[in-house]
Design a protein around this ligand. Structure first.
Ligand code: CU
Length: 369
């Protein structure tokens, strides 16, 4: 299955194997800061030891207070300042690279709920709970939401972690440089370092090695849960078992079930625009009476063409950029931000599922392209 003969990434004593394109950069910064800390700490300890010996109390020797040295003070202020500004630069550029997904990234929706991860792909294709399959060598943008409490999506092998917050979207991106090996396993020890023996839904007898996903936020447990209780019926039973399995597969293998789902996608065809296609269907079913998409008609409601990422001004004098969070808010609570010039028409609130809202966002976004 795995076309590459490259050796699998290996970890070090301190760090797990590097399974994302971001990981080497993150680890370089980590090791740099680590070694600077080691050198500085040793220098301080050594100085303390030498001084303690040299200026120890001795009979008949009186302390001679030294004077003031401007040069010394400037040196020990400016030196650390330069070092810290440099470390900030290293940290911040790395952080920025990790925060901003490339434009061509493939979006996958993540929904966190006590105590499971659900992953939804283009066109509403949903994997088994706690199972994420991504195409290798493709930048992936995760758009994450929570349906209950605060969770945190954490993949140590990628060096990425991001809170998943109820009521808003948060995003994270990564790219896996190669496929994960397909190795059947019965326990974690059967897998190469850094991978574990993925758990699968009951009935699915084959288990293969996978990259571990964790929830890094304490998100609760029902009273009386034993920490040992693991997945029951494919679902996790408490915070400490809120984990998932990530596998990187080839692009063809990834797209096949999405382009050609079992049972067929209703009325939509090509891979890229399945979600857009659903959004378009929702538009013509529920929104077309008021919202046009031709870029011309602006009444009775704003046109959706060119809406994506445009600055919107509201009747209360505030403004916002039309991003996914704004569109979501506009659908669920239209009255919370009324666009200037539209105070006389009331948009009814819609009780759509996250999935439907995601499809509408994808559609509005596509109109801008
Ligand atoms: Cu959680």
């Amino acid at each position: 299955m795995n076309p590459t003969d490259e050796p699998l990434p290996e970890g070090t004593l301190q760090l797990p194997p590097q399974w994302s394109t971001l990981a080497p950069e993150v680890d370089r910064s980590f090791m740099l800061i680590f070694w600077i800390s080691v050198v500085v700490a040793l220098a301080i300890f050594l100085t303390v030891a030498v001084f303690a010996w040299r200026y120890r109390r001795r009979a008949g020797v009186r302390a001679k207070p030294t004077g003031h040295s401007t040069l010394l003070e400037v040196a020990w202020t400016a030196g650390p300042l330069v070092l810290l500004v440099y470390l900030f630069h290293v940290g911040f550029t790395g952080y920025a690279a990790g925060r901003v997904a490339p434009d061509d990234a493939l979006t996958i929706r993540v929904r966190a709920m006590q105590w499971n991860w659900e992953f939804e792909h283009t066109g509403g294709v949903v994997d088994d709970l706690n199972t994420l399959r991504v195409p290798a060598r493709t930048p992936i943008r995760l758009v994450m939401g929570s349906s209950d409490v605060l969770h945190s999506f954490f993949v140590p092998a990628f060096r990425v972690k991001r809170d998943v917050v109820p009521g808003m979207y948060s995003t994270l991106w990564f790219e896996v440089p190669r496929e994960t090996p397909v190795i059947e396993c019965a326990r974690d020890a059967d897998c190469p370092a850094g991978l574990w023996c993925g758990n699968v839904s009951p009935g699915d007898m084959e288990r293969t090695c996978a990259i571990p996903i964790f929830c890094a936020e304490y998100c609760g447990a029902p009273a009386g849960t034993k920490a040992s209780a693991f997945r029951e019926g494919g679902r996790n039973t408490n915070h400490s078992t809120m984990m998932g399995d990530l596998r990187a597969i080839s692009e063809e293998e990834y797209w096949q079930p999405i382009i050609d789902p079992p049972g067929g996608a209703p009325g939509c065809s090509s891979a890229d625009d399945l979600q857009v296609c659903w959004g378009q269907q929702l538009h013509s079913n529920y929104c077309v009476a008021c919202h046009s998409v031709d870029g011309v008609a602006q009444a009775p409601a704003p046109n959706w063409a060119g809406l994506w990422r445009r600055e919107r001004a509201f009747v209360d004098g505030s403004s916002a950029v039309a991003d996914a969070n704004y569109i979501r808010q506009s659908i669920l609570q239209p009255q919370s931000q009324v666009v200037t010039g539209y105070a006389s028409v009331n948009m009814p609130p819609f009780r759509f599922s996250d999935r439907q809202i995601d499809a509408i966002v994808a559609y509005i976004r596509s109109l801008a392209e």
